[in-house]
Write a protein that binds this ligand. Structure first.
Ligand code: GLY
Length: 354
């Protein structure tokens, strides 16, 4: 069992993280003994496979199961959950246990932060993406007014339990989705990059991925510890995400992680055009992203897609697009491009790739 304590420099809430076999069934119950009532929040997919195990392990006094899917990350789900918590009679010393992927973690974390101005929240991430990224670092949110994560707070879970038992039932696409954020961490950390590059022909092998989860958690936690509220170094975790979000908005058929891999390919190619970068390394990173993406993927013209990048939160002036681009092993830069340049170059890159 690997463990670490995330202590943000800002002295926000601390989070204990357990990663490995037994995290869920052995470690979580130790924490739950401190609470008179335990309320479980999960989704329909997780409940169908693990519902009985979850009830047995948590001794849940209350349960709310949301419909699975990104499209349900809404105020409607949030308030339905809060109603169920109120109906269960939860008090401030009780707790919420969020068992699921990124959506369950984000909505559950937000509900726990809001209910009675904050009750204890335990995160049990069940997807690869949630284990290596979204369950760590205290970001909670719902999508609102057509904008992803518009309403939310930073609120660290009391503890996170990343258990490999949940990874065995993931579909290949869900595995690829987590790989997007794993490769992104590799682009920001040389040691992780070397490990991934050494495994590039077996990137979707589950045992390999399980062996990488804790390193990814450690890396993410080290970034969050320095900059919990994303005013500095945490922005690096947006690497590849300007183009990723633009593609994600344009093409609802690709998952977030697949879009992150595509975004990194485009932004590495933009770095080749505009920065003093390490060309050999960037070509290796591009090869790694392509290996993680697997088979053929097609993107439509960037004429419309590129316009979505104008909405990115990192942009500092009207008419320009900021990307967090990889430049050298473990190094990134913020690159601000006039919109016309971004549009023409991303369209050219798309034609070369697809
Ligand atoms: N997923 C990026 C972050 O937590 O900051």
């Amino acid at each position: 069992m690997n463990t670490l304590r995330l202590v943000p420099e800002s002295r926000g809430g601390q989070s204990e993280i357990f990663c490995g076999e037994g995290a869920f069934q052995e470690q979580l119950p130790r924490f739950l003994r401190a609470h008179a009532k335990r309320f479980v929040f999960t989704d329909s997919n997780v409940s169908a496979i693990y519902g009985d195990l979850i009830k047995r392990t948590t001794g849940a006094d209350g349960l709310f199961v949301m419909e699975a899917g990104e499209e349900h990350k809404t105020e409607r789900t949030l308030f339905a959950l809060l109603s169920a918590m109120a109906e269960a009679g939860l008090h401030r010393t009780d707790c919420l246990i969020a068992v699921g992927g990124g959506v369950v973690g984000d909505v559950g974390g937000l509900a726990a932060a809001l209910y009675m101005r904050g009750i204890a929240c335990y995160q049990v991430p069940t997807t690869l993406l949630a284990q290596v990224d979204s369950s760590v670092g205290g970001k909670t949110a719902i999508d609102f007014h057509g904008v992803k994560n518009l309403v939310g707070v930073f609120s660290q879970a009391k503890a996170v339990f990343a258990d490999p038992l949940f990874l065995d039932t993931l579909s290949p696409r869900e595995v690829r989705c987590g790989l997007g954020e794993i490769v992104k961490h590799g682009a920001l950390n040389g040691a992780l990059f070397d490990r991934l590059f050494a495994h590039q022909n077996g990137l979707t092998d589950l045992e390999t991925l399980k062996s990488l989860v804790f390193d990814n958690i450690q890396f993410k936690a080290s970034v969050v510890a320095q900059d919990e509220k994303e005013s500095g170094v945490r922005k690096s975790l947006n690497l590849g995400h300007t183009t990723a979000h633009a593609v994600e908005l344009a093409l609802k058929t690709l998952s977030h992680g697949e879009c992150v891999l595509i975004g990194m390919i485009f932004e590495a190619k933009l770095a080749l055009l505009h920065t003093e970068c390490d060309e050999g390394y960037l070509n290796e990173l591009i090869a790694l992203c392509k290996a993680a993406l697997g088979g053929a993927w097609k993107l439509p013209s960037f004429e419309e897609t590129a316009r979505n990048a104008l909405l990115d939160k990192k942009n500092t002036e009207a008419g320009s697009v900021v990307v967090t681009a990889p430049v050298k092993k473990g190094k990134y830069c913020l690159l601000s491009l006039p919109f016309e340049t971004y549009l023409n170059e991303t369209e050219q890159i798309r034609r070369e790739l697809c």
